[in-house]
Design a protein around this ligand. Structure first.
Ligand code: AMP
Ligand code: ZN
Ligand code: FE
Ligand code: FE
Length: 292
């Protein structure tokens, strides 16, 4: 049965609550989903509860506790002639939510997201597009605030046509209203996931120009897998990743990166899934990081 290992909810920048996402997973015939919100595990308990109360025992989608940590890498840009930041996302699977220090680290990330979102609003106001801070918080529904929430507020205020338009014109990395988050290195993200007893997987390498070099750096740190089946990886990237994964015994994973239609209009839940055996492989790796 199909398994979608990359799913967002209202705990971060997904459009739908954990309960709605679980109901849709069932409708799509998925046996398992991993909830992988940005820098938070707040949606996981609600998803597990929804699965348990909404369906009879043999029809419950299985919910894997996951996370997608935002890190940043610095690469030299020969055109600009200086170092520039590149977003790197690291997925964690089978994490232990109450691992010592883990939730404290996540609470710091959440604070940082609030400060950063306010700084982005300041930039937008200077560009002639004031937004209400309260409205952005409402759109975020108590979840970890991210650029997609601001993008939706921009659409609502009539400044842009759509969320992708908001990113293209203002919010994209390096765009006129972009502000970076506090830096967590890719190595630090892998480490934090291992400390939480989870397996660490490099998300959507197709978005990372220097992914081959980055993977080579993360293997000695203990990277467990790479997300090969993802809408952001083209055929060429996938073939390349498959070769890297088999050479270094990395687990091949897959998921849709579902955010809901208002955020990513063409991504359907379950449209990308993991190969057979992925869950077992991830779980076995995660167990190596658990305290004895
Ligand atoms: P943040 O966590 O605030 O840096 O926002 C990153 C999130 O914004 C990504 O995980 C995507 O969900 C979304 N995103 C990034 N680029 C785009 C884009 N061009 N169009 C729509 N959504 C995007
Ligand atoms: Zn997102
Ligand atoms: Fe991502
Ligand atoms: Fe994602």
């Amino acid at each position: 049965m199909p398994v979608d290992l990359h799913v967002h909810t209202t705990a971060s920048d997904g459009q739908h609550s954990p309960a709605v996402v679980v109901a849709r997973a069932r409708q799509q015939g998925l046996s398992t989903i991993a909830i992988t919100d940005h820098d938070t595990t707040d949606g996981i308990a609600a998803a597990q509860e929804a699965a348990a109360v909404s369906f009879p025992p043999f029809e419950q989608p299985r919910i894997i506790p996951g996370i997608e940590l935002s890190a940043e890498d610095s690469v030299y840009d020969p055109i600009k002639g200086r170092e520039t930041g590149i977003d790197v996302h690291v997925l964690g699977y089978f994490i232990l939510l109450d691992a010592p220090g883990f939730q404290d680290a996540l609470a710091n990330f959440k604070d940082d997201r609030l400060t950063r979102a306010q700084a982005i609003l300041l930039k937008l106001a200077r560009l002639g597009m004031p937004l209400e801070w309260e409205r952005v918080l409402e759109i975020a529904q108590g979840g970890a605030v991210g650029r997609p929430h601001i993008a939706r507020a921009l659409v609502e205020a009539g400044y842009v046509e759509s969320v992708p338009d908001a990113f293209d014109r203002y919010l994209r990395t390096g765009g006129p209203a972009y502000i970076a988050r506090a830096r967590l290195s890719p190595e630090g993200a892998v480490d934090l996931i291992h400390h939480a007893g989870g397996a660490a997987v490099l998300a959507h390498p197709g978005y990372i120009p220097h992914y081959s070099e980055l993977i080579a750096r993360l293997i000695p740190v203990g990277l467990d897998g790479v997300e090969i089946r993802h809408p952001g990886n083209n055929e060429h990237v996938r073939a390349n990743l498959k070769a890297i994964a088999s050479r270094h015994s990395l687990i091949e994973t897959g998921g849709s990166d579902y955010h809901g239609e208002a955020v990513k209009p063409d991504i359907r839940l379950g449209s990308f899934t993991a190969p057979e055996g992925t869950l077992e492989a991830l779980q076995a790796r995660a167990e190596q990081y658990r305290p004895a």
